[in-house]
Design a protein around this ligand. Sequence first.
Ligand SMILES: CC(C)(COP(=O)(O)OP(=O)(O)OC[C@H]1O[C@@H](n2cnc3c(N)ncnc32)[C@H](O)[C@@H]1OP(=O)(O)O)[C@@H](O)C(=O)NCCC(=O)NCCS
Length: 187
Amino acid sequence: MAYSKTITTARLTLRKTQPSDAAALFAIHADPEVMRYFSEPPWTDRERAATKIAEDAAAFEKEEFFRFAIELTSTGEYLGNCTLFSVHRQNRRAEIGYVLGRQHWGKGYMQEALDALLEFAFIERDLNRLEADIDPLNKGSASALERQGFKQEGFLPERWIVGGLVSDSALYGLLRRDWQARRLQQA
Ligand SMILES: CC(C)(COP(=O)(O)OP(=O)(O)OC[C@H]1O[C@@H](n2cnc3c(N)ncnc32)[C@H](O)[C@@H]1OP(=O)(O)O)[C@@H](O)C(=O)NCCC(=O)NCCS
């Protein structure tokens, strides 16, 4: 049977992406402010959203790549998504990525979603290590990682060229044992 997974938090429902997310997903990825530090330019083609949703849902069902839609439970509104990708079973590691529509920043939604994504990664998927590759200028993203206990482990100059603009990578990592120790401290 196709794999599926839904996680609920205080305010949010994290679930597999579905075709009805397409308009909201396109609006997020068409916004230059949201896409400023992404590894691709803002979207201009509405078809991209439907294609991506279909690909993501198929990969999710095969337990290869987990893009969770972040829905505000009280209204059903699609706020953004968070993703566990590049899952290496043998090495028990993966990368994370995330995005929220601009109007949803500054409300703690991503913190709440990442709390749940990390628990899914470390407990349910039994991973040992998570990684993230961000533009060092992306302060909002660095804060989201640091709030979860990620530490910057590396710096790779001029790793990306997006729309002719060259940018660096800050590589972040988090080990399960450090995540667990932090959780115990916070409990
Ligand atoms: C990265 C991104 C998701 C972070 O969004 P964010 O709103 O800063 O993160 P959160 O949703 O966790 O909200 C945290 C903020 O809400 C505030 N907040 C308000 N109410 C809160 C609540 N109830 N609980 C927790 N925090 C709350 C926090 O104080 C914090 O503000 P601060 O950063 O000024 O201290 C967002 O900037 C984004 O989508 N960027 C574009 C996409 C992107 O670059 N992704 C990364 C690519 S690698």
